[in-house]
Design a protein. Sequence first.
Lengths: 384, 75
Amino acid sequence: MKYIDEFRDGDLARGIAARIGAEARTDRSYHLMEFCGGHTHAISRYGIKDLLPPNVQMIHGPGCPVCVLPIGRIDNAIELATEHAAIVCTYADTIRVPASGGLSLMKAKARGADIRMIYSAADALKIAQDNPQREVVFFAIGFETTTPPTAIVIRQAQALGLTNFSVFCNHVLTPAAITHILESPEVRELGTVPLDGFIGPAHVSTVIGSQPYEYFVEEYQRPVVIAGFEPLDVMQAILMLVRQLNDGRAEVENEFTRAVTREGNQKAKSLVAEVFELRPSFEWRGLGEVPYSALRIKEAYASFDAERRFGIVYRPVADNKACECGAILRGVKKPTDCKVFGTVCTPENPIGSCMVSSEGACAAHYTYGRFKDVAIKAAEAVVE
Amino acid sequence: MCLAIPARVVELLPDSLGTIELSGVRKRISLELVDGIAVGDYVIVHVGYALQKLVPHEAERTLALFAQASGAEAE
């Protein structure tokens, strides 16, 4: 497929890896965080970690909206279907995430709740038009990439005069979370490995552009390289970060120029600004409360806000005490440092946020990396 | 979750809609978030909406950077 296959070429990847190996200084280490789950998935799936010198380490960030969605918000979505008899429309990503009481959206559906999986926000609007006698709620999650379509359907619902359609908004913001990782109180408690640089989001940046990261590099003096989600994009971004760090530079660089401009998508940004406003604070699973990190629906569109319409009360649900996601998301621990990783906590039965979606650090390692750990242990046993 | 794919626009339809094709699969999507799209353009598609138009010469430039970094240009 054009614009995909040529960005996955193995020979080129080995060539770039050799260049990274040649340019990475041996007298220092490079701790680089890829913020996005899409990058985490690519790094695990294509074995990029194995191509890097040992002193270039990738730390997996919290950029997976499914992973960081608090359990309490999924409980709320289930309540909308069970207690308010609404049709709840959801992207497939959230359908299997465990909620309270042994439930999930899928299990609630099996018990009779009217929960429907949709591909596009537009599908939710269509369901509302087709079911005028029912309340239809769109369970909206996602980063800046996924927010503009939600803004469009809210405006369309208003234009169509729909009175049975609302949105349960859980949209979150990338720059706020990146900043939080560097300066949250938990970082002081947990301690942290120094994060030397960041691979910036691919598709989030197609919408917001590269400009929002400029303040960040200035304030925190950490380089950011925006990269596409294909393996060669990630390799090239790592090389660009190594070069910036070697030169003592902290700049925003853009590897994903085929889709990202400095300004981003102006039309999408204005639509989002028209419909949504900042929440003073929002809970992220694994990170806790993060100030100004999420969006809510503006007063002008209040009738389409499911939280107002149904008087939704959010009740936080604590994660299992054994779960190490908080430390893993900040780069302090690895998935294999967690006692419950791969034993109690698996993709089929996720205990913590990093195991919830295939883009989470633990799920990615469980799927693509864990057998390698086993092989190493077995080989050591033979040597002994 | 932010996964999006580059796909070729094969048809423009009323109401800012369009048809894309990806390896023989055709799907109707919304072009409401992007301006000036023509048949044959590649767009990045996410949850049924085109988010950006792909810039072919920038893609070429990035591929050239890969080749340069990997030393392939010396061959």
